[in-house]
Design a protein around this ligand. Structure first.
Ligand code: SF4
Ligand code: SF4
Ligand code: SF4
Length: 272
């Protein structure tokens, strides 16, 4: 059985126990996220193209606070959900994970170190498919490590000059959910100016992603200027791992080291 057929079969078995399963569905135009409801025909459920579903889970859970949903999730979706859960964007207790393991080819394509969903710690879920080893990093990450300081600056200047400030990278990112975004604050980012100020615009987002970025690659895939954004985020992820011993998305119970804890809004698992 192909992984897609297998996933449809498991989703069909699970659906009657839930209020719906979020997945990607084939449409006349291509494919789009869809909430399958009990009784729906699941033949349209597809695994390709990949589509980030974590932000849609958050939206659905906010709209339907009583619903028990399922989601067909790749490894990066699960990592994103884990970080979102820590910041109360999603509720793990109301979400069943049908975790789909990516293939080695997909891992190579994404330079993904962790192509299978990690379900330990999540209240309910199952793994579909075989866990394969992760792929090596983007070759630009290694090249960047060898660059001198001035070369690095030139590299990013060259890349960010192409930015048209479309906000696509921010909008697609499952970890960008602040109500007031610093990138829309004229104090930080002057409106109407292109390319956005170097390096402020991209550094603000990168700093906000430290200890949050789960390496889903969606920002880079979305960028119309083809800026290798994940090189920047991979470098930050490396630093966070080395300096703070933290891997975003790996463990639901691990507190994010750089997140500010407010007395009236504790992170998941913190009590005051
Ligand atoms: S980033 Fe990793 S988990 Fe996500 S789709 Fe690519 S290979 Fe799969
Ligand atoms: S890879 Fe990009 S889109 Fe994905 S979590 Fe990191 S910054 Fe956000
Ligand atoms: S998606 Fe690309 S062009 Fe658009 S704001 Fe982000 S970096 Fe700039």
């Amino acid at each position: 059985m192909s992984q897609e057929t297998d996933t449809r079969a498991r989703a069909a078995e699970k659906l009657p126990e839930l209020d719906g399963i979020l997945a990607v569905r084939r449409t006349v135009e291509g494919a789009a996220p869809y909430l399958f409801r009990p009784g729906d025909d699941l033949t349209g459920l597809v695994l390709e193209p990949r589509y980030p579903l974590a932000s849609i889970v958050a939206l659905l859970q906010r709209r339907h606070p009583e619903a028990r949903l399922g989601v067909v999730a790749r490894g990066c979706d699960v990592r994103a959900l884990v970080e979102m859960a820590k910041r109360h964007q999603v509720d793990p207790d109301r979400l069943y994970l049908l975790g789909v393991a990516c293939t080695s080819e997909e891992a190579e394509e994404c330079y993904c170190p962790d192509p299978a969903p990690r379900l330990e710690g999540w209240p309910e879920g199952e793994l579909l498919g075989e866990r394969v080893p992760g792929a090596g990093p983007h070759p630009l990450v290694a090249r960047y490590d060898e660059m001198a300081l001035e070369e690095r600056r030139e590299f990013w200047q060259e890349q960010f000059r192409k930015c048209i400030k479309c906000y696509g990278c921010r909008n697609i990112c499952p970890e960008c959910f602040c109500e007031a975004c610093a990138l829309e604050n004229p104090l930080w980012v002057e409106p109407g100016m292109l390319a956005p100020p170097f390096p402020t615009f991209h550094l603000i987002r990168a700093m906000h992603m430290a200890n949050r970025c789960v390496g889903c690659r969606q920002c880079e895939l979305t960028c119309p200027a083809h800026i290798p954004l994940t090189v920047l985020y991979d470098l930050i992820r490396q630093d966070v791992a080395q300096l703070l011993d933290y891997e975003p998305g790996a463990d639901l119970e691990a507190p994010p080291p750089l997140s500010l804890t407010l007395t009236d809004a504790p992170l998941r698992g913190e009590h005051h």
